[in-house]
Design a protein around this ligand. Structure first.
Ligand code: HEM
Length: 406
């Protein structure tokens, strides 16, 4: 392959790819670990596939997260507000991560656990009370749970959830640059007002703690960094978790023998969630990286000078070199080592919270709905667009026992 050839044009691949992108990634992997591709927004960049190559890319010192390192020729719109962990490199990243890690502690997550359980139960009460015995799991449980938990964690109960949901989906998944930019601008305006309000009325929540926090050396988050942190925690906090819950339920329903095994032994839930993360993780390719020097991975050299690089986590976790028979969904396999939460210094800060919500939601749903079934043709479900977030946009379910044939 000449490295100037475009190996895949993701904007042109259409619905089939959105529904099932794995064969395309596997086809690329069969030809090598790094490929020149066109992303749906139109920019040309490089895609890394395969487990080892992805791990290498995620820790490569010449792959920058800062938009200051992006080539000015790239037709891309920056999606985040303020400065945040995912748009910074050491030493700025080290400093930001230290300041947020002081407050985003295991204890804070553990204290949320009873609230996660109570919210799940209340949402299931409402869902199961519905007259016709059918509901969209995304609207009835996955979205309100993930959003409710993150709002509670941050202490922003009055957040306009419907508006935020739409902006986040547009900003992260729309192929149209103008739609993405407009949604990001609306979200930023909203967050500036929200942080200002929080300053005036602090509480015990994470956002108030981040406003107050000062480390031993007197360092604290600047106003711009606070906006960035609010953006990152809110958006990454619910966008991903919604899809983990929805994909977990869909994948189990599509593998009835695995669902039966989990019903038989509910203790398998932790491993089942790990296997869903591996098999159908919510982050398909990572957030953007930019080269600050030539980067050599698996014999291919990506030039320096701000070239765009994406890391295909979805493919890494289906690489047979790391996971035997990777296309088999098996809730008993040792699923550890998957890259669904990333790897290296940007490893997901919210992983324990996401796992907690998925385990709680799955256990409660299966306990309360012994006759759960899909109420739609799985081949026709609408999926999230774009390369970043993966998951069904809607998941129609029914929970009434099928009448026995007479
Ligand atoms: C299933 C749910 C989740 C998945 C699959 C997920 C996945 C990821 C991935 C892949 C990254 C690294 C991105 C990269 O290197 O480009 C990341 C980073 C991050 N995630 Fe998550 N995430 C989830 C839930 C959450 C939640 C619930 C929160 C917060 C409440 C959160 C907060 C963050 C933050 C702050 C970072 C940036 C860390 C850094 O740059 O140091 N995530 N996540």
């Amino acid at each position: 392959m000449r490295t100037t050839d475009i190996a895949a044009d993701f904007g042109a691949l259409g619905e089939e790819f959105t529904r099932d992108p794995y064969p395309v990634y596997a086809g690329l992997r069969a030809r090598g670990p790094v490929h020149r591709v066109r992303v749906p927004e139109g920019a040309v960049g490089w895609l890394v596939v395969g487990y080892e190559a992805c791990r290498t890319a995620l820790t490569h010192p010449a792959l920058s997260k800062s938009w200051r390192d992006a080539s000015p020729d790239l037709p891309l719109t920056r999606l985040s507000a303020g400065e945040n962990l995912l748009s910074s490199n050491p030493p700025d990243h080290t400093r930001l991560r230290r300041l947020v890690a002081r407050e985003f502690t295991t204890r804070r997550i553990e204290e949320l656990a009873p609230r996660v359980a109570a919210l799940t139960d209340a949402l299931l009460d409402a869902m199961l009370a519905g007259a016709d015995g059918r509901a969209d799991l995304v609207d009835a449980l996955a979205f309100p749970l993930a959003m409710g938990v993150i709002c509670e964690l941050l202490g922003v109960p009055s957040l306009d959830r419907a508006a935020f949901r739409e902006w986040a989906e547009d900003a992260l998944s729309s192929p149209d640059q103008e739609t993405r930019a407009a949604a990001t601008a609306s979200m930023t305006r909203y967050l500036v007002a929200m942080v200002a309000e929080k300053r005036g009325l602090p509480g015990e929540d994470l956002m108030s703690a981040l406003i107050r926090t000062t480390d031993e050396a007197g360092d604290r988050l600047s106003p711009d960094e606070l906006i960035g942190m609010a953006w990152l925690l809110l958006v990454t906090g619910f966008e991903t978790t919604v899809n983990l819950i929805a994909s977990a339920v869909l994948t189990l329903l599509r593998h009835p023998e695995q669902l039966a095994a989990l019903r038989f032994d509910p203790g398998l839930v932790d491993n089942a969630v790990e296997e869903v993360l591996r098999y159908e993780g919510p982050v398909e390719t990572t957030t953007y990286r930019f080269t600050t020097a030539p980067v050599e991975i698996g014999g291919v050299t990506v030039p320096g000078g701000g070239e765009l690089v994406l890391v295909a986590l979805a493919d890494a976790d289906r690489d047979p070199a790391r996971f035997p028979a990777p296309q088999r969904f098996d809730i008993r396999r040792p699923a550890g080592g998957h890259l669904a939460f990333g790897h290296g210094i940007h490893y997901c800060l919210g992983a324990p919270l996401a796992r907690r919500q998925a385990r709680t939601a799955l256990t409660a749903l299966l306990t309360r709905c012994p006759h759960l079934a899909l109420a739609a043709d799985p081949a026709r479900l609408p999926w999230r667009q774009g390369l970043l977030i993966r998951g069904p946009r809607h998941l129609p379910l029914t929970w009434h026992p099928t009448p026995a044939p007479t």
